[in-house]
Design a protein around this ligand. Structure first.
Ligand SMILES: [Zn+2]
Ligand SMILES: [Zn+2]
Length: 408
């Protein structure tokens, strides 16, 4: 099968920029818990761009890879085409569970139990035709202290498929059954399921604070920031303030006419180009006057720019929540006494998705209308076949793309 790969970096050798597409053997069920998924679409995120460009932090991560070369890509949707013995049992349990809250599926499986479903001769065809699947691509050990506490998102032995092991930008991907998420009969469009990994990061960030009826700020209006705005709106936020900074590559007018316009469509009340001192002051004044000088309840840092941390300190209320998803480079000085202790704020570092709490929350929001809105507003801006991946990355590097899909 065709697969997009990157060689495992070697200590004493250069790590080439870019990817290559090669012919690889199709993955097979080798363990009882294995599931094989035929990929409908893969999606590209910032981590993939970092791997493509040979970013140092990702080179270090990929030196731990279990295979060489590594099939990249960790965002995807597809159809289950094979499953090991235990995997089959697990999947049938997921289906019976899902039927409890899905009338159409309930009518379809009637009184079937997981065991009778698993032994049904037509089960494999039913599964392949009626469900789309994706997976949590952080594969966790299940035995470390955090895993035993149910905090799988901070497992200390996490293997990320598409980074440390074969991922999804290929015709087929193999995943552990316990990481699979199933969707019946287009309950969420497969092109949206393809980037639930990324949407899950934004959901985890927004849900780390209580947002219902609260005022929030989203710092950074890229793909993650835009998703955070939409999620905050669907989660019932009262007012949403958004910041981003124009630059040499993205002019002020372009920022206002594209990303800020979309943010407003998704529910932002006001957007500020903080590269302009007048707008930065305007943001602080606006939040103060709207909130009786209190400040916002929560700030979500999606930009990875330390400058945004300083903005957050100016607009976050005492006792507020500051949740950090964007990855800054280097270090930054923080006045802990003034900005954290005396302010009584809570700071959350956001890694991955809570397994599976974040997935459940995201699924609710998507079904409540978020998925339709993402489709209607063309959040997926580009689609390419697997071997068009160079064009896909060119579209991302141009700054004009939001979500880009690769279809085998
Ligand atoms: Zn990602
Ligand atoms: Zn663990």
């Amino acid at each position: 099968m065709k697969a997009i790969v990157k060689p495992k970096p070697k200590e004493d050798q250069d790590w080439p920029i870019g990817f290559s597409i090669i012919d690889k053997p199709e993955p097979k069920v080798t363990a009882p818990g294995d599931v094989i998924i035929a990929v409908h679409a893969g999606a590209i995120c910032g981590t993939d761009v970092g791997i493509y460009n040979g970013k140092q932090s990702l080179r270090k991560e990929m030196m731990k890879a279990l295979t060489d070369p590594v099939t990249v890509g960790h965002e995807f949707s597809g159809r289950i085409v094979d499953a090991g013995k235990d995997a089959r049992k697990h999947i049938t349990r997921l289906i019976v569970q899902k039927a409890k809250s899905n009338r159409k599926l309930k009518a379809r499986i009637r009184t079937k139990t997981p065991a009778s479903l698993a032994s049904d001769k037509k089960f494999a065809a039913f599964l392949e035709e009626s469900f789309y699947a994706t997976a949590e691509m952080h594969v966790t050990c299940g035995t470390c202290y955090q895993c035993r506490l149910g905090e799988r998102h901070v497992c200390r032995n996490t293997v990320i498929k598409g980074v440390h092991d074969d991922g999804a930008w290929a015709k087929y991907v193999k995943v552990p059954a316990e990481n699979v998420r199933l969707f019946y009969d287009r309950e969420i469009p497969p092109d949206i399921i393809a980037f639930m990994d990324a949407l899950g990061n934004a959901t985890h960030t927004v849900m780390s604070a209580s947002v219902k009826g609260r005022n929030v700020a989203v710092l950074g209006c890229g793909v993650q920031g835009l998703m955070a705005v939409a999620i905050a709106k669907y989660a019932g936020a009262k007012r949403i303030y958004v910041t981003d900074a124009s630059s040499q590559s993205v002019s002020h007018d372009k920022l206002v006419n594209t990303r800020f316009a979309l943010a407003k469509h998704y529910g932002a009340d006001a957007c500020f180009d903080v590269a302009l001192e007048s707008e930065r002051r305007g943001m602080i004044d606006r939040v103060r006057s709207d909130t009786d000088k209190t400040g916002v309840d929560a700030a979500f840092e999606m930009s990875g720019a330390y400058k945004a941390y300083d903005d957050a300190a100016r607009i976050l209320r005492m006792g507020g929540t500051f949740s950090l998803l964007g990855l800054p480079s280097g270090t930054h000085q923080v006045d802990f006494a003034k900005n954290i202790i005396f302010s009584g704020i809570t700071v959350h570092g956001i890694i991955g998705r809570k397994v599976f709490q974040t997935w459940d929350q995201m699924e609710e929001l998507l079904k409540a209308g978020l998925a339709k809105m993402l489709v209607k507003t063309g959040f997926v801006t580009h689609q390419f076949p697997l071997d068009g991946y160079e064009e896909a990355f060119a579209a991302i590097h141009s700054g004009d793309a939001y979500k880009v899909l690769l279809k085998p």
